[in-house]
Design a protein around this ligand. Structure first.
Ligand code: ADP
Ligand code: MG
Length: 640
């Protein structure tokens, strides 16, 4: 219908319309072209983005692979750490158990020792309160032998504890090693931590990059994978922190363990001190026991080296307080004093006999040894370092004062020089011969010897000083002032006990023997050679007496020399006796030192029978008479 209408439209109009259409088509074509090229550009861009995303995904994959690897390493480390820690704990536990066991054993041993000592001292007390001395003595002897054995064992235990301590120190070193190991283990972990931080930073960077390139925030999937990773990191971080805490705890534990070890060590030291005290107590009890039995006590003292020793020291070894060894031979004495011992140390061991003097027991202290070995030093000492005699006198007077006793002391002093007795308290000795006699009680005394009743300590000290200044001395190679005679100072102490109304009389013999010496060694002059022969002869007589006594011979050759006859009471007789063996440390004196030690060993076997001298004996009456005569003659001399 419309075409039929068209027949009515003019031709120009149609032409215009055609042109417009053509233009429009043209424009459309152009637009289509542009559109196609735009589409193509968009497709290209799309491809590019696709590629970029793929690359980023690859990166992500790589990172997650890396993380997985790290996780595996961490797990491995954790396993190693775990095994290390359990090893560590095991060792600490074992150590603690061992230590506890040792402690327990030691504690038990010590408490047993303590109990035994208490029992022993109770028994000793009861013995003193009236038991038969012999029965108690033999019982105490057995107990003491057991005691000493167990003490030896004790010291071994201590040694082994020391060993254990040593082991522990090895263990603590081991533990140090383990700590080192732990540190080595911890180091890679901290490395991993660092790497983790690095990866964390990288991911944040990658996230930013993603945002820049994509122009959009990472997708949910991206975000999820990242947050999963973060979550895993957090867990890992926590685990690592926990691990470090465990390691720290176990290190702390170890430190506590080490502190415990230190505490244990101090306990061991305390126990050692306790043991030392117990040993001292036992020695004291043993001294009392030996006293009860009447054993001659033998002390050994080695003097320090001096310029006259020339050669090097011989190797005297002090095994313990009672044992000394020389040339691989062991000697046992009541106590041994080393080169560092002082006069006070020496006197402390003598002091224990002080009380006996006031209970009527005779006491004899004598020094034996070669020339220059320190006999005179030990007995008399010097002004600065007083020896046994001045110390004993001081203590006697201090005791009298302290106990408010009524005491009188009479002194005499003599020397035996070339087998002659010389009165050292009488410088005008007349024709009266000084002979050894026996009184009614069978006690040996020197007839006509000056006896002086002293009024106080100073008078007594002065008299003894006077006597020792008169003693024969000479210069030998071995000693600048060698004593050439035996010197014996005797104190007669009479004590009146006001409570019991008893009188005790005690004789205290203090003897400094002349030194034995080899005649060629001392380079002696002819006169000195003769002196030496007498000295050696009397000392060999003393030796014979010792041998006879120690072998319990029926005949004791006391009368073979004046020295042995004078000392009869002190050796095998009625006296408490202490012999001090003096030793020179010099190598050239090794043989003499050995023979002195052997000599001392023999004397240690001698048993005396000390008894209380209660009533004033005949001898004392005589002494008092002699004293008053002496006083009268002294007065007469003064008047003249
Ligand atoms: P001995 O009487 O045995 O012949 P001495 O007592 O005269 O010997 O001693 C010899 C030297 O050694 C002396 O000079 C003395 O002072 C010194 N001496 C001895 N023993 C000791 C000692 N324990 N400490 C210091 N010096 C000592
Ligand atoms: Mg001397």
């Amino acid at each position: 219908m419309s075409y039929s209408n068209k027949e009515n439209i003019d031709d120009t109009q149609i032409l215009i319309d055609q042109e417009e259409v053509l233009e429009f088509v043209k424009q459309m074509k152009m637009m289509n072209k542009q559109f196609i090229s735009q589409i193509k550009q968009l497709i290209r861009e799309k491809e590019e983005y696709k590629f970029l995303i793929q690359e980023l995904q690859c990166q992500l994959q790589r990172k997650s692979d890396q993380l997985q690897q790290q996780e595996m390493i961490i797990q491995e480390c954790e396993l190693q750490l775990e095994s290390c820690r359990s090893n560590y704990e095991e060792q600490v536990n074992r150590l603690e158990a061992e230590l506890k066991l040792n402690q327990m054993l030691f504690q038990i041993e010590l408490s047993q020792q303590k109990q035994e000592i208490v029992d022993l001292s109770d028994k000793l007390k009861s013995t003193q309160q009236g038991y038969s001395t012999t029965v108690a003595t033999s019982f105490l002897q057995t107990s003491f032998n057991q005691k000493q054995d167990s003490l030896f064992k004790d010291s071994h235990t201590l040694e082994s504890v020391g060993q254990t301590e040593g082991d522990q120190s090895i263990m603590s070193n081991k533990n140090k090693g383990q700590r080192m190991m732990l540190k080595i283990m911890q180091d890679p972990i901290s490395n991993i931590k660092k790497q983790k931080e690095l990866i964390k930073r990288e991911i944040t960077q990658w996230q930013d990059e993603f945002l820049k390139k994509e122009g959009r925030p990472p997708s949910f999937n991206d975000k999820q994978s990242i947050s999963t990773k973060f979550y895993q990191y957090t867990i890992l971080k926590k685990q690592l922190n926990d691990r470090s805490t465990i390691i720290q705890d176990s290190t702390d534990c170890k430190n506590v363990g080490l502190q415990c070890n230190l505490i244990d060590a101090s306990q061991i030291i305390q126990m050692q001190e306790l043991l030392r005290q117990k040993t001292y107590e036992i020695r004291r009890l043993s001294f009392q026991l030996e006293d009860l039995k009447g054993k001659v006590k033998v002390y050994c003292r080695v003097r320090p080296s001096n310029s006259s020793d020339k050669l090097k020291d011989c190797e005297v070894q002090f095994i313990d307080e009672q044992h000394i060894s020389l040339k691989q031979k062991m000697f046992n004495f009541d106590i041994c004093f080393n080169q560092l011992s002082t006069q006070k140390d020496m006197y402390e061991e003598i002091q224990q006999s002080l009380q006996a003097i006031f209970h009527g027991y005779n006491l004899c202290i004598f020094a034996y040894g070669q020339t220059g070995s320190g006999k005179t030093y030990t007995m008399f000492g010097t002004k600065q370092q007083p020896g046994v005699i001045p110390n004993l006198i001081e203590e006697i007077y201090a005791y009298i004062k302290r106990s408010n006793l009524e005491c009188s002391i009479i002194v005499n002093s003599l020397e035996i020089y070339k087998e002659n007795i010389i009165d050292l308290l009488n410088d005008q000795q007349g024709s009266q011969s000084l002979e050894l006699k026996e009184n009614l009680n069978g006690q040996v005394f020197v007839q006509n010897l000056t006896n002086i009743k002293v009024q106080n300590m100073h008078e007594l000290m002065n008299l003894i000083e006077f006597a020792s200044s008169r003693r024969k001395q000479g210069l030998t190679e071995m000693n600048d002032s060698s004593s050439r005679s035996h010197m014996c100072t005797q104190l007669t102490v009479e004590t009146f006990n006001k409570i019991t109304q008893q009188k005790f009389i005690s004789r205290v013999n203090l003897i400094d023997l002349a030194g034995s010496e080899r005649c060629n060694k001392s380079r002696l002059k002819p006169n000195q050679l003769e002196e030496a022969k007498f000295i050696n002869k009397s000392l060999s007589a003393l030796n014979d007496v010792m041998i006879a006594l120690s072998t319990k011979s029926s005949f004791i050759p006391y009368r073979n020399s004046k020295l042995t006859y004078l000392m009869r009471d002190c050796l095998g007789g009625n006296s408490k006796t202490i012999m001090i063996i003096n030793i020179s440390p010099s190598f050239i004196n090794l043989d003499e030192s050995l023979s002195s030690l052997q000599y001392g060993q023999k004397v240690k076997q001698i048993t005396n029978q000390p008894i209380k001298n209660v009533e004033p004996v005949e001898q004392l009456k005589k002494l008092q008479k002699v004293c008053s005569q002496h006083d009268e003659s002294a007065q007469l001399r003064q008047q003249k």
